[in-house]
Design a protein around this ligand. Sequence first.
Ligand code: PMV
Length: 314
Amino acid sequence: MGRGSGFGKTILFGEHFVVYGVPGIASAVDSAADATVKKAVKGITVTDERTGAKGYAEKKKLQQLESIERMLKAMNMDPKKVAIDIWLGGNLPGFSGLGASAASSVAIARAIAEEFDLDLRDEKINDVAYEAEKAYAGNPSGIDNTAATFGGLIWFKKNVGEDSNTIEQLSIRKPVEIVIGNTGIVADTKAMVAGVGERKKQNPEKYDSIFKQAENLAHKGRKALEEFDLQKVGELMNENHRLLQEIEVSCKELDYLVELARDQGAFGAKMTGGGGGGCMLALTHGKDIQETVASAIENEGYKVLRTKIGVRKV
Ligand code: PMV
């Protein structure tokens, strides 16, 4: 039996903008998806035992099957001839916006490689998971699979039209507590990315200006993280949320949880990932603030994940 894991991630700066070559910052969280793969007699079966949003696994089933076929092809295997049983689990909840699809793709790719004795380095696993992400995200930037494969705090820039992207590991003085709040709405990243593309085409001037601001924010965010100026990081996250509202990828539930987290003392808060539902992220350095913000969100009936950014190993 082959085994593998992939990190969950959260995007601190730049979701959606990264699709068009604006730099972004993502961090692995200290939760992961795990997979096992066993050779079987016929076909491909998936047993998905990940915890999290109700309906997540069912809604993503078709995309998941397509992603597995894409992965097998990227590993030079014929999906029609391969017979495997895949199991998925781990402590990363299946919340939209936590990179659960990329984490599971990395876990499955690693497990397939182990079961079939393929010597795949992390760079290749990352490429394979990127192929899989196309099934979930259409035109993915690659930020999710990169964080899922390598972990840590990552500066990411898609080099549009080139073969490789810019990926730099950033150092942070110590891991920082965060709260991820889940709206409970299973979002469709592919549709959200396509929507931004359409609106961008219709309003090029407005969008160009917003994209420039997003680029500026990513650079300032990097500096603030490297200087461990968390107050500043929080302020910049708030600004990033405003830009995401302007490109119409937030929703009232996300805005509500973001406001709630700020009112409860978070350094800053924003939606994270594709939006239209899914998750928000609050920077809550220190266990006390983390607990206050997490309980306030839970008291409103939403699920949360208390976790950390800047963690290298799960
Ligand atoms: O919703 P998630 O966790 O899959 O994040 C998507 C991030 C986007 O920037 C919206 C898309 C992408 O491919 O980078």
